[in-house]
Design a protein around this ligand. Structure first.
Ligand code: FEO
Length: 408
């Protein structure tokens, strides 16, 4: 049974949801599923914009067939070739062997590397700024390298203002029948999934995202984009400024909020207790926009996501094998891999005989750009004792002073 929805006039969503996938890219946990979006335009020519993961291939094909309603498929525009989208290309070619593929030269190279062996006669490679007309609709192509692979492009329909934005403006979470961001509680229910998607999938490529936003503004004017049609998550047809503003923050590594994220690594609960006392002391100083996480039981993708949200970070780690507790070390490695920058950090170290984690965490944080690492550092010897309270107060005071300075 087909399950498509109309996007506007002659454009249809023909994607599908997946709820059975537990790890996106075999690394990021999914608790609410994910959608793979693709779109069919019914003009004088018929056009499919992108394909879908193999896992939803049958639904995807059924949707295309239902929308085409007996017409052939003239064009397939491929904006992005990562297999969560491109895996169904072969099936499309089998069903509609005369379809003409429109994509970038780099995409052809990557598709051939993945074993698709495209017939060069069937492919129309486009350059930056090229246009193609399908009847009423004329589309323009903008390269979007590293958003999130090097071959990526976005396609702007100059006739109706729809931007097929590839991975940009995407989100984790299945649509479950809702198609538009204004049909869901995006700011309340979806934003954390959208941020976790962006920061972990595209977060490393902030400058490239900024370049794409600037390029789109120059080429078509951001105000002329009436609809954002990403490859995952809901379509934006209202209040586009909301998600563009989020992207501007994330891509420039500007925190969304003044607040404190405390992440602790604790073997027997003593470092956890120190982190809890610090959290209480911050709240007592009026700083209640705080989050506290156990690094051992929180998937690092969630930690990365909140790092892009909050302005301040406290790392509290026990010393382990004379080093940083391994999950905390992994968190720091992920921060570096994703190019996190421009945050204020404080350090709390625990060690029973050779407390080393603090100095080592400071070294790792210093590898990030534009970091303000507070001098006040607390070292706990096994567990916090009442005589250590003044040190925790000093740390809380330093964080509070830094927050007040940033707000001011
Ligand atoms: Fe959803 Fe980069 O692919």
């Amino acid at each position: 049974m087909h399950n498509y929805r109309m996007v506007t006039d002659d454009l249809y969503w023909v994607g599908a949801d997946e709820h059975r996938l537990s790890l996106f890219e075999n690394i990021h946990p999914l608790y609410h599923g994910v959608s793979y979006n693709a779109y069919v335009l019914l003009d004088e020519k018929t056009v499919l914009f992108d394909t879908a993961d193999w896992a939803v291939g049958r639904q995807f094909i059924a949707n295309i067939k239902a929308v085409l309603d007996g017409r052939g498929l003239d064009y397939l525009v491929i904006n992005h070739v990562e297999p969560d989208h491109a895996a169904s290309i072969e099936e499309v070619l089998l069903r509609w062997p005369n379809v003409k593929i429109i994509t970038t030269p780099k995409a052809v190279t990557l598709l051939n590397q993945f074993g698709f062996a495209l017939d060069p006669e069937q492919v129309d490679t486009v350059k930056e700024g090229d246009t193609r007309c399908f009847g009423k609709h004329t589309v323009a192509f903008l390269y979007a390298p590293m958003v999130h692979w090097p071959e990526a492009m976005v396609t702007f329909d100059t006739t109706n203002g729809v931007l097929f934005s590839a991975d940009a403006f995407g989100s984790f979470r299945a649509l479950d029948g809702k198609l538009f961001a204004d049909e869901v509680d995006f700011a309340g229910e979806w934003i954390d999934d959208a941020r976790r998607y962006y920061t972990n999938i595209v977060g490393k490529y902030g400058p490239q995202v900024v370049a794409l936003l600037n390029k789109a503004d120059k080429a078509v004017g951001l105000g002329n984009i009436k609809m954002l049609c990403p490859l995952h998550g809901p379509i934006w047809r209202k209040d586009l400024g909301y998600i563009v503003d989020k992207y501007q923050h994330w891509a420039t590594y500007e925190p969304e909020e003044q607040g404190v994220m405390i992440v602790y690594a604790s073997m027997y609960g003593n470092t956890e207790a120190a982190a809890e006392v610090l959290a209480a002391k911050l709240c007592a100083r009026g700083i209640t926009n705080t989050r506290l996480y156990d690094v051992s039981s929180t998937h690092v993708s969630y930690l990365i996501s909140d790092l892009f949200k909050y302005s301040h970070l406290v790392l509290a780690s026990v010393t382990y094998n004379l080093g940083i507790f391994p999950p905390m070390h992994n968190f720091l490695a992920d921060m570096q891999a994703l190019n996190l920058q421009n945050r204020t950090a404080a350090i709390l170290c625990n060690g029973s005989w050779a407390p080393r984690a603090g100095a080592l965490m400071r070294e790792e944080l210093a590898k990030l750009k534009h970091m303000d690492i507070l001098d006040e550092e607390m070292t706990v010897t096994s567990s916090v004792q009442p005589q250590n309270e003044s040190e925790l107060d000093a740390l809380a005071d330093a964080i509070a002073a830094s927050l007040a300075k940033k707000k001011g």
